[in-house]
Write a protein that binds this ligand. Structure first.
Ligand code: PLP
Length: 414
């Protein structure tokens, strides 16, 4: 069980300062002066812990990184310009042309496009497996997978991978495991379950107010044992001795952020921290509400399929009960059958904001196939669980009964 009370104290205390300005300080400088030539050399070789140049880090970003590392007991964290920035940073830092990615479960549209369109242009290819197809998963791992990527609960298909089981397999086959924990921050802690790296789109629940685009990668501690585990850490070896436990962070900084520049900015990190102070209150609330709303709509709506793992009809219901006793974030989905009915229903709601975001303070909804997933082919829609009438809902902080009533009234019009 997650102790929300622990985080209710931790987050505001970790972000607010007792002495001087309480809100985080914004340092908007792109460059930083060095005291002398010796200090400049020290900063560049890593012996002096001072800012080098904002592409490589900034004091406001560093504060956000230190707090984000705490939420998953990570050894280190690195913030980025967006969630996609975090994902592409990790993948391009760790993978070489010719490497293979194994994607398990359903995926956010941007991630799927990165895997199937952009990374292949760099010679990195991805294959896809369903969450419960362990025969296929193991068969792929036995071959030559360099990294496994999963979403803690897939957006928007709401499949749940068995993180511990997958982590054990990855460990056995010396494969890195990357978990996109965007939808379930605090609700699950993948590093403690054996994952190596977590990425977040902080744009979603962590920031919460649709005020700042941002992302983060969190890393587990690299131990001396890891050196023995070639080829899992083949890309780490060159700097593993120098960087010690933070070798994964160093790889991302030096092999991706330095060269591609997906760096976060100070103002975005400031806004993100204002949201992060209340993350535990909000994620506890919306996870509970999403479950309440899914159960109520499932009972009330006729001819509309409600998708949420709290429902006994959901294929991952047992795993949901095991992994997410306090809920799995703000998402649920409705399948109303076809596009025309979906458009009618969303347009008839009064409280819903139609947008491509999730994890906001307000309830959001969007028809999936005509928007985020519109460019994909039939096979991709099948892999990702995108049906003609699929509406994704991200529940906000409103009274759940108001949201239930809104959808029931809207459903009467279709
Ligand atoms: C939104 C999202 C992303 C991408 O994050 P951006 O901040 O929009 O770049 C990645 N993964 C998941 C699960 C998301 O919901």
């Amino acid at each position: 069980m997650i102790d929300f009370e622990y985080f209710h104290t931790l987050l505001p205390q970790a972000i607010g300062a007792k002495n001087g300005p309480i809100a985080p300080t914004i340092t908007p400088s792109a460059a930083f002066g060095y005291a002398d030539a010796q200090e400049a050399e020290g900063i560049f070789c890593g012996d002096v812990a001072k800012p080098l140049y904002a592409r490589m880090g900034n004091p406001t970003n560093a504060k956000l990184e230190s707090v984000l590392a705490k939420i998953d007991d990570a050894d280190s964290a690195l913030v980025t310009a967006s969630g996609m920035g975090a994902l592409s940073m990790v993948l391009t830092a760790f993978l070489n042309s010719g490497d293979k990615v194994l994607c398990i479960g359903g995926f956010f549209g941007g991630t799927y496009a990165l895997m199937t369109e952009t990374l292949p242009r760099l010679g990195i290819t991805a294959s896809f497996c369903q969450t419960n197809d362990f025969e296929k998963i193991e068969e792929r791992l036995k071959k030559d997978v360099a990294i496994v990527v999963i979403e803690s609960i897939s957006n928007p298909s709401l499949n749940i991978p068995d993180i511990e089981k997958i982590a054990d397999l990855c460990n056995h086959y010396n494969t890195l495991l990357l978990v996109d924990n965007t939808v379930t921050p605090l609700l699950i802690q993948p590093l403690k379950m054996g994952a190596d790296i977590i990425i977040y789109s902080t744009t979603k629940n962590i920031s919460g107010h649709s005020g700042a685009l941002g992302g983060a990668a969190l890393f587990r501690s690299v131990t001396p044992n890891d050196k023995l585990k070639a080829p899992k850490y083949v890309h780490l070896h060159k700097i593993i001795n120098k960087m010690g436990t933070k070798a994964m962070l160093a790889i991302c900084k030096k092999r991706a952020m330095r060269d591609y520049g997906m760096s976060a900015n100070a103002f975005g990190s400031f806004i993100t921290m204002l949201g992060l102070e209340t993350l535990s209150l909000r994620i506890e609330r919306v996870s509970k509400s999403a479950e309440i709303i899914a159960l109520a709509l499932d009972k009330a709506l006729v001819g509309i399929k409600v998708i949420h793992p709290a429902l006994t009809t959901h294929p991952d219901h047992a795993l949901y009960q095991k992994l997410y006793p306090q809920g799995a974030g703000s998402l649920l989905a409705l399948d109303v059958g076809d596009k025309a009915r979906a458009f009618k229903l969303i347009n008839a709601t009064k409280l819903v904001t139609q947008t491509a975001n999730i994890g906001d303070n307000r309830t959001l909804a969007l028809h999936m196939k005509s928007t985020i997933f519109r460019d994909f082919d039939t096979q991709s829609w099948e892999i990702l669980g995108i049906t003609d009438g699929l509406i994704r809902i991200s529940v906000g902080l409103e009274n759940p009964q108001d949201i239930i009533d809104d959808f029931i009234t809207a459903a009467k019009t279709i």
